[in-house]
Design a protein around this ligand. Structure first.
Ligand SMILES: NC(=O)CC[C@H](N)C(=O)O
Length: 384
């Protein structure tokens, strides 16, 4: 095949079309198109389960040059519904590389597109918002434009979608505490990343990673030192079951920490609602203010939904959990980036202290979590 002949097209639900060349597996795929601005870390992005159901478009123009390896996997596979890049590297050049990205995309059946004007698509999404899209490559690229568009319009919307069952572990597994064990944490796997589990284990907790089908009763029977809700794909408004579970466990006095999807579900359990952002925050250079210290953290983010709460002042939990405040917010658009309860042991952040990829400015939150659990064990006498 010539390197310039188009044999793939990206079609957006508003009818806009971008012609390019096949990348990874050939075929057809649909999802919500979102852009991610990380200049590095494509492997971590691709294997972050939170991207399930999304066609991810990279704003960094050159992708694939460092290849893929087993060490940087954030989960067991690539989860994106599709992948769109400007310039796919034709060679791999890195001492850690074990395979090429093209090879992995193909192997895992991920349909991608390369050679499109990713800046134009990004600007389009930024002004029109995230929307449904399809990639048609190989034979599918030659289908009439109206047929392709009608298929995109039949695809699922991200709003209202529950994807937890698709990504969660089927069986419980345990990552043992590193060093001296100080307790155990029940981790609800809504799409957890490997780095997060490792950071929790490194703080001295046995990390029990649980399938999303687990019940509140089963968690309480484990008598964990704390409950953790992970990041994950889908619309938090479609996760009533997990909101109820969290509410029950919070009422039992178990300390809680949540990241990203976990932050949205804590928001809902406290009685706030969530809403869809126009195009979301995805990248590794997102500035966030920690209100308690006045410090700005540069954070790794990947979210399309957010908690709807005022960023100033002390709020009253509409669900009866006492006082709560927005602990962090985005300096780009004032979106809620963290919640802190003042009357129960619970907090959460919308961004990624585990980074992977991204800066480690907010890694201290895992220490804050450990300290909260230790302090609550001293006051309640409970620990496992
Ligand atoms: N990384 C995440 O946990 C994402 C949470 C949610 N699916 C969102 O897009 O906002």
């Amino acid at each position: 095949m010539s390197l310039t002949t188009p044999n793939a097209v990206l079609v957006l639900e508003d009818g806009s079309r971008y012609e390019g060349r096949a990348y990874g597996a050939e075929g057809t795929t649909f999802g919500e198109i979102v852009f991610a601005t990380g200049m590095s870390g494509y492997q971590e992005t691709l294997t972050d389960p939170s991207y399930a159901g999304q066609i991810v478009l990279m704003t960094a123009p050159h992708i694939g040059n460092t290849g893929m390896n087993d060490k940087d996997m954030e989960s067991r596979r690539i989860w994106v519904a599709g992948y769109a890049v400007r310039d796919a590297s034709r060679i791999v050049s890195n001492f850690r590389a074990e395979r090429s990205l093209d090879n992995d995309l193909d192997h895992e059946g991920i349909v991608g597109i390369q050679g499109i004007d990713t800046r134009a698509v990004t600007r389009h999404i930024r002004s029109k918002g995230s929307m449904r899209a399809g990639i048609f490559s190989g034979a599918a690229a030659a289908e009439p434009a109206e047929v392709q568009l009608s298929q995109v319009l039949e695809a699922d919307q991200m709003a209202g979608k529950n994807l937890s069952a698709q990504v969660s572990t089927q069986e419980e597994y345990v990552v043992p505490a590193v060093g001296e064990k100080i307790g155990s944490v029940a981790i609800l796997d809504l799409g957890v990343k490997t780095s997060t589990v490792n950071y929790i284990a490194e703080r001295g907790f046995d990390a029990h990673v649980l399938p999303q089908t687990v019940t509140a009763e089963q968690i309480l029977a484990m008598k964990p030192s704390a409950l953790f809700f992970s990041n994950g794909p889908g619309d938090p408004a479609a996760s009533d079951k997990h909101v109820e579970l969290l509410s029950t466990v919070l009422k039992a006095g178990i300390p809680f920490f949540g990241i990203c999807f976990g932050n949205q579900l804590l928001g809902r359990a406290l009685g706030f609602s969530t809403y869809k952002l126009p195009f979301g925050h995805r990248g590794i250079n997102q500035p966030v203010l920690d209100k308690a210290t006045g410090r700005v953290e540069i954070t790794s983010q990947n979210h399309g939904f957010a908690v709807d709460a005022p960023i100033d002042g002390v709020l009253e939990s509409p669900a009866g959990f006492g006082r709560v405040e927005v602990s962090h917010y985005s300096l780009n658009d004032q979106v809620v980036e963290g919640l802190r309860c003042l009357d129960i042991n619970a907090f959460s952040v919308q961004y990624h202290p585990e980074a992977a990829s991204g800066p480690h400015d907010s890694n201290y939150l895992f220490d804050r979590f450990r300290d909260m659990v230790l302090a609550s064990a001293t006051t309640s006498g409970a620990s496992n």
